[in-house]
Design a binder for this molecule. Structure first.
Ligand SMILES: Cc1cc2nc3c(=O)[nH]c(=O)nc-3n(C[C@H](O)[C@H](O)[C@H](O)COP(=O)(O)OP(=O)(O)OC[C@H]3O[C@@H](n4cnc5c(N)ncnc54)[C@H](O)[C@@H]3O)c2cc1C
Length: 438
């Protein structure tokens, strides 16, 4: 085992140039539109507002993409974590449901089209996204989901056992869903590059500028810290998990799900020929999620949800190495080089949400562990809505905050669920010869 510790620096921050020319904010300022948070949601919104001729102010606590976006695996996938298209229709009704299905359905393709249109240097790999299934029940589920997406005109395919074995190099799977429009990017570079374009088009992005207080001021809103004060007619909170600290109505709307990300040294030879030979990105549909993708230099990236206790770097690495070996003995040779931790925030519906908090004050709440594509396209939608001032062209419902009941207790739920699945797997492994520890 190698001595890798959990780092503040991610793989992405080591390989991505910083956005030049951004400064922190001081003093008193006015803005038509202010955005709190420069993650993928905030920067996409800022960029799309500049496209519509606006000059938004973005206040970012650290630097663009430095939180969830830049800590993510960078897998671009349009499909929501939990809901199939028909389930979305059930929840939102036929008209609004269809608009949301189509919005989410085109989100992956939209990311890659934006990357191409703006020539963003973020190592795009639109090589397809796989959602492999380990059990017959999971196969049935992915087949049903794929067929629903097809009925909406999306080219989502399913592949059989032999094909998924060939596409992943792994024996654990019985079949898979394949979204040819998905893939992967360097997520930090994506946000930083989009920030660069937004600034070039008139956005004012301030770094190291944490908003600590928001209050009503006349017909608009005032955003404050000890160092600055910004008065804006319209404000959109895009602070990811930070939204919950900015507005009391959002305090109990999301649950943390701590995840470690791991990246190996660059791999070549037999491993590259066998494991994901066509460079797909994959996240399987098992409750004890296993994900894999390569970066531009051939580093394999995988995730490991945090343990309830003892998340020492050595323990995470041991677990990840054991898991990689389980999925393919070939991966025994992969040396882990980067280990970092991030927190996706999960809402009650596990769907992207755009929330109205008060007149002129809104929030994008769309993380749910899979928000890169969703938040990019939500940025486009919300920019249109803010610019036009009406919901006619908005493909999203404007919702109210949706608090989680028994929030204090429920905050432990994501970790408890994933750890109980792991424990079950470990016990099964111990007592049955055919079940292996995953
Ligand atoms: C470990 C991990 C792996 C993931 N893997 C994937 C993946 O492979 N694919 C995928 O689609 N999604 C993935 N996700 C989810 C994805 O990263 C998020 O859905 C997405 O980044 C959320 O975007 P956001 O802009 O809402 O939030 P963030 O990216 O968190 O951005 C919010 C920004 O707001 C800033 N901020 C916070 N508070 C304040 C404040 N008070 N004042 C000013 N600024 C503030 C933060 O510094 C941050 O930059 C992953 C997330 C994690 C943590």
């Amino acid at each position: 085992m190698c001595a890798v510790e959990v780092e503040e620096n991610t793989l992405w921050s080591n390989v991505t140039p910083a956005t030049a020319g951004l400064a922190k904010l001081t003093g008193v300022h006015d803005a038509e539109i202010a955005i709190v948070g420069g993650g993928v949601a905030g920067i996409s919104l800022a960029y799309h507002l500049t496209e519509a001729g606006e000059a938004p102010v973005v206040l970012e606590a650290a630097t663009p993409g430095s939180d969830a976006a830049g800590k993510s695996a960078g897998i671009i996938v349009s499909l929501p974590v939990r809901h199939s298209p028909y389930q979305i229709l059930e929840k939102y009704g036929d008209i609004k449901g269809r608009r949301l299905v189509n919005l989410v359905g085109e989100s992956g393709k939209y990311v890659f089209s934006l990357v191409q249109k703006l020539d963003l240097d973020c190592a795009p790999q639109q090589t397809g996204f796989l959602a492999p299934a380990r059990t017959p029940q999971e196969v049935e589920r992915v087949e049903k989901t794929a067929s629903e997406w097809r009925s909406f005109g999306y080219g989502i395919q399913t592949v059989d056992k032999d094909t998924i074995r060939r596409l992943t190099g792994l024996d654990a799977y019985q079949g898979a869903l394949l979204d040819p429009a998905g893939g992967a990017i360097n997520p930090l570079a994506f946000v930083r590059e989009l920030a660069r374009v937004a600034v070039g088009q008139g956005a004012r992005i301030y770094i190291n500028s944490t908003v600590v207080k928001i209050h009503k001021e006349g017909t608009g809103w005032c955003l404050e810290s000890e160092r600055f004060r910004v008065s804006a007619k319209k404000v959109v909170l895009c602070a990811g998990g930070g939204n919950r600290n900015l507005f009391s109505g959002l305090a109990r709307t999301v649950l943390p799900f701590k995840v470690f990300q791991v990246a190996t040294e660059p791999l070549d030879g037999e491993i590259r020929e066998v494991i994901l030979p066509e460079n797909h990105a994959m996240t399987d549909v098992n409750p004890n999620i296993f994900s894999l993708r390569y970066d531009r230099d051939g580093r394999l990236i995988t995730a490991c949800p945090a343990f309830i206790f003892n998340n020492a770097g050595g323990r995470i690495i041991r677990y990840v190495e054991e898991r990689l070996r389980y999925f393919s003995p070939l991966l025994d040779a992969a040396r882990i080089r980067y280990l970092w931790q991030g927190t996706p925030w999960i809402g009650r519906s596990v769907l992207p949400r755009f929330v109205k908090l008060s007149d002129g004050l809104f929030a994008i709440q769309a993380c749910n562990g899979r928000g890169l594509a969703a938040n990019t396209i939500l940025g486009r939608e919300v920019a249109g809505f803010i610019k036009q001032g009406h919901t006619e062209n908005l493909n999203l419902s404007v919702e109210k905050p949706d608090p989680v009941r028994y929030h204090g207790l429920m905050s432990y739920l994501p970790a408890i669920l994933i750890n109980s699945v792991r424990l079950r797997s470990r016990v099964m492994h111990k007592f049955t010869s055919h079940h292996r520890y995953t």
